[in-house]
Design a protein around this ligand. Structure first.
Ligand SMILES: *Cc1c(COP(=O)(O)O)cnc(C)c1O
Ligand SMILES: [Zn+2]
Length: 502
């Protein structure tokens, strides 16, 4: 749709000009810092930061209906900068001019309703939101679009140049960082640190293909994170982990999209999110909170944070029901098929603690819940989801396994509608499916393949067949006829098909 064809009353609002007053705010000492520089932690007390719009109040002055129409009309416009996460410009990064926005096709991922048999199995209505359909095949693109648009903005303002962007990653952060940095070549170079042998071959291929410098480090993600923190404290590098608050801001778009897709009715809804470093959970909570505070939605949905029993520090923290007794203790992770969430010391834990309190307070009751799932359940539910027409990765399976537990616990009831985060594309983690189907899981995963879920290819080579075609060596005439007949007959036999007389 052309801007000129939009209704007159809405037109002046559709192309956002830079606005707002964004500052970093420390979660502990509450000190605020300007955004002319990249900051990750508070220079005063070292706590993590979140970005705040000091002019947020002005956003609350617009009626909800006007906001709904602004977002809905923006959806129709053919303007790249408004096609992705910056459709929600006023909430994502109001200071960023549209010219600085880096749009690679992120966001607005499909929300696919589970089919009848899957819904019957769980006993409630639910959707998968396929964040694996982002450009680098995970939700991390949302945060990178924000972080890199901001860095791009600094470059256009002459406030940064020759940026060296670094991140530690369980695989998907580095894929997204390398992709967005490559788009801004030659202004940005990217460097990624990966735990050696702890990312899938598909994930490793991504930053390599994007031209990033890839370091493989002994240990697990938490170790890589420590090294990257040291680098960002002592050298002139831009940190792209979710410690970087711009990442969180971009990932809030996930919550805004759910609002838009649900026509801004969030009553009796539940968002189910796998939790690793907890950046995503932070963003989802903050996103719903901001729309709620601006009056754009009138209900806060439930939020279910899901962790594997093999990497469950957040779950353990909240398992303690006596609030005064809660102590955060990092855990030593064990191998997990939800490998991108295999994190024992989540960087965003202080943000989570802060936001869960605020969320439940504003909701007037507990609306944020945490559940733990077994590795076995993650795999089984992933496979079941995909047998019913989804493209869930292991973390999507973790969301579904988490929903099953949340129903069992009574956190979610049959009257609720759940939206499950399928955080990456199934193909990124396809090696786990293969291990399942080939019964090759190392014992530490504690996964025993269920025969009913195993699927393997069937080689067809009928005994009477002596000549077979090969590349460059096709069969002809009677040989080809025989090949076709015997192979078809063998397939028909295996499928128990009866011959039809025509
Ligand atoms: C990063 C990631 C997670 C975990 O998100 P956090 O923000 O670290 O909690 C889950 N699933 C996938 C596929 C990821 O890439
Ligand atoms: Zn501070």
């Amino acid at each position: 749709m052309k801007l000129a064809d939009t209704p007159k009353d809405i037109r002046p609002h559709l192309l956002p000009a830079p606005n707002g007053k964004i500052v970093y705010r420390c979660l502990d000492c509450r000190k605020e810092y300007g955004i002319e520089q990249l900051l990750y932690t508070c220079p005063n007390c070292s706590q993590v930061l979140l970005l705040h719009d000091l002019a947020f109040q002005q956003l609350t002055e617009r009626p909800a209906e006007l906001w709904h129409r602004i977002f809905d009309y923006r959806k129709m416009l053919n303007i790249p900068a408004l096609k992705g996460i910056y459709r929600f410009h006023e909430f994502i990064g109001p200071v960023i001019p549209l010219e600085a926005v880096v749009y690679l096709g992120e966001g607005h991922t499909p929300m696919i309703e589970a089919n009848a048999s899957l819904q019957e199995l769980l006993g409630l209505r639910f959707f998968f939101k396929n964040d694996g359909q982002n450009p680098s095949a995970s939700f991390k693109d949302r945060g990178m679009a924000s972080a890199l648009s901001y860095i791009h903005y600094l470059i256009t303002q002459g406030l940064a140049s020759n940026v060296l962007a670094v991140c530690a990653s369980t695989g998907d952060t580095s894929a997204a960082a390398a992709l967005y940095a490559a788009y801004l070549h030659p202004h940005i170079k990217s460097v990624v640190l990966l735990p050696h042998k702890k990312v899938t071959p598909q994930q490793l291929s991504q930053p390599l293909g994007s031209g990033a410098v890839v370091f493989e480090i002994p240990g697990v993600f938490d170790d890589c994170m420590k090294v990257v923190e040291r680098l960002s404290e002592h050298y002139p590098v831009a940190l792209l982990n979710s410690k970087n608050a711009w990442r969180i801001l971009g990932q809030e778009s996930y919550a805004y999209e759910i609002c838009q897709d649900m026509e801004y009715d969030l009553q009796h809804k539940a968002a189910v999110v796998p939790v690793g470093n907890a950046g995503n959970l932070t963003a989802v909570m903050n996103g719903f909170l901001k729309f709620f505070q601006a009056g754009i939605i009138s209900d806060l949905p439930k939020i279910i944070g899901v962790q594997s029993a093999h990497a469950n520090p957040v779950y353990r923290y909240y398992r303690q029901t006596d609030v005064t007794q809660r102590r955060f203790v990092p855990v030593t992770v064990k191998p997990s098929v939800a490998q991108a969430a295999m994190i024992g010391n989540p960087v965003s834990m202080p943000r989570v603690i802060h936001l869960v309190d605020q969320y439940n307070l504003l909701a007037g009751e507990q609306r944020v819940f945490f559940v733990e799932v077994e590795e076995q359940a993650i795999m089984d539910w992933q496979l079941k989801a995909n047998r019913n027409g989804h493209i869930a990765c292991t973390h999507g399976g973790e969301s579904l396994a988490g929903l099953a537990v949340a129903i069992h616990r009574g956190y979610v009831s049959t009257g609720d509608t759940a939206i499950l985060d399928s955080t990456a594309h199934a193909l990124k983690f396809i090696g786990f499916q293969q291990m399942y189907f080939e019964k090759q899981f190392p014992p530490e995963f504690e996964i025993r393949p269920d025969r009913a879920l195993i699927n393997t290819p069937l080689l067809v080579h009928p005994p009477g067949l002596n000549k077979v075609p090969a590349p460059g060596k096709p069969l002809r005439g009677a040989d080809l006829e025989k090949f076709i007949r015997l192979v078809a007959e063998e397939i028909a036999e295996r499928l128990n098909l009866k011959k039809q007389n025509r």
